[in-house]
Every structure is written in C-alpha cells, then in structure tokens.
Ligand binder design. Structure first.
Ligand code: GLU
Length: 277
C-alpha cells in the first residue's frame, strides 16, 4: 500500500497549484495512506498563521490525514543527527563564503547562474581549507555546512531512481555543486529535512511538482549516504492558469481562501483544477 505525502511550506496561502498537488498525492495513495507534513524550518519565511490556514483550506477542500501532522520545526534534532552522521564520515565542510564572494568567484571562472534557481554553483573555495584554518574561522562565528559531493559520490558510486513519468533516472547531484545542508541561520536545509522525513515517515511514493525534479538527484545521494530506502517518485506537471503561467504565491486571486470568499464550493474548485491540469 502506498504512503504518500503533501509537504507544503507555510510561507503564504495555498493556491490552486498547491490544491492540485495535494489532490494528486491523495489520489496516488489510493487505499494506502496520505500524510500532510508542514515544512517550516525557515523561521523567517514561515508563519504559524499560514500553517493554520493550510489545515483549514485542505479540510475545506475535503482532504483528511492522520494526526499528528509532522511539523518540521519540532524535529530539528532528527536533522542534526543526520548531519552528525555525515560529518563523522568527513563528508561535510564548513563554508564561510558570503553570497557575494561566491558570485564573484563563479563569475571569475566564467560561470553563468544555474538556470533553475538563478544561483551560482559553489566553486568549492572552502573545501580546501586546512583543519587549522577551519578551526580558526569557526571560532569566529557560525558557518554554512556543505556536502562534498565528489567525495560522497566516490564512496557511493552510481545511483538511480525511478520516476513514474520519465522512468529510470541516473542521479547527477553534482549539477548543484556542493549543496548547503545546514545554514548559519537555519540548522537544516530543504534537501536534508525532506530526505530525513520521507524516510522517518515511511513514504513509499513521493509525489510533487516537476519544478522539484532536479532536487531528487541530491535526495537520492543523501538516501544512499544515510542508509535509507529509496521511495518511488512521481513528479507531476504544474497547473497553469488561463494565461499559460504556473500559479505562484503572487497570484492572490487563486488562493483557496479567495475562491472560498468569492463563493466557490470545494466541488467547483476541484472541477477547475481537473479542467486546467
Ligand atoms: N516544501 C516544499 C514546497 O513547498 C515541497 C517539498 C516536497 O514535496 O518535496 O515547495
């Protein structure tokens, strides 16, 4: 029996695109289990009132899920334990570079921003610091912790996963460079917390929008390093509005709240989603 999840971040009100993703996960679970998880590790961007609105809006839409809901900010110890495991294997290193330094180094090396998130791939500057240099810099303040992707791949070898739409995929986590797994200000990254939670919650089928497809390359490597099973994946197309653009947080008119306030029923909202998908 599949175990699926919908894992929104409470950074705004849910819109039609979220509703589609939640319904997709519910449907993919079939007679199995559909879980809701709140991904609120970033205390600046996430707000408790948005968490409350997620519960209300999804219930209004007709969804339900087993309690208790996993709220990521209440489980930082689990992510810390995973980080320790990686650190003990020598696969993490502290990075002291500012965003500006990373940009300048990457541009100096002729790099254009990475297409997906307009971020530069980290050129690995802090990877080669000596133990003394690291200790001295750590004594002065906190660091971001990066995964040494090349070292990790060397230990693990080739990896694959299965996507319901695109089939067998070879993991290429190196496309992101040495990703940050713990930030100075947030003790776990999206990549880390999502991988740990999918494992701890026994998720067997990860469904999410295809905008997150590439992240799975990193998640697959983390699973191998942490000794986790790999779920199946189904990255679904993003719902688009009448103008052909995907829905985003800026589209206040299509939040579930706004639609409800305009008098739409849950059935009508579901119908609108199924017509647009
Ligand atoms: N929390 C992520 C988001 O809202 C989704 C995580 C996932 O489904 O893996 O974009």
């Amino acid at each position: 029996m599949p175990v699926t999840r919908f894992a929104p971040s409470p950074t705004g009100y849910l819109h039609l695109g979220h509703a589609w993703s939640a319904l997709f996960a519910r449907e993919a679970a079939g007679d199995g289990t559909f879980l809701l998880r709140i991904e609120d590790i970033d205390p600046v961007r996430c707000k408790p009132e948005f968490t409350q609105s997620i519960f209300e809006d999804l219930r209004w839409l007709g969804l339900d899920w087993p309690e208790p809901v996993r709220i990521q900010s209440q489980h930082m110890n689990d992510y810390g334990a995973a980080l320790d495991k990686l650190r003990k294997r020598g696969l993490l290193y502290p990075c002291f570079c500012t965003r500006r330094e990373i940009e300048q180094n990457a541009q100096g090396a002729g790099q254009a921003p990475h297409a997906d998130d307009a971020a530069f791939i980290y050129p690995g500057t802090c990877r080669s610091l000596s133990a003394q240099e690291r200790a001295a810099k750590l004594a002065q303040g906190a660091a971001n912790w990066r995964l040494d992707i090349a070292a990790a791949q060397k230990i693990i070898g080739p990896l694959f996963w299965h996507d319901a739409v695109r089939g067998k995929i070879e993991a290429r986590p190196q496309m992101f460079g040495d990703v940050v797994l713990a930030r100075k200000d947030v003790a776990a990254s999206y990549h880390l917390s999502v991988t740990v939670d999918d494992h701890l919650q026994g998720i067997t089928l990860v469904t999410r929008g295809e905008d997150l497809f590439d992240s799975t390359h990193v998640h697959r490597l983390l699973q191998a390093l942490l000794g986790y099973e790999t779920p199946a994946y189904h990255h679904h197309p993003l719902l688009k509005g009448a103008d052909g653009r995907r829905f985003a947080k800026r589209d206040q008119s299509v939040t579930l709240r706004a639609l409800r306030a305009q008098g739409f029923t849950p059935e009508e909202v579901r119908e609108q989603i199924y017509l647009n998908r």
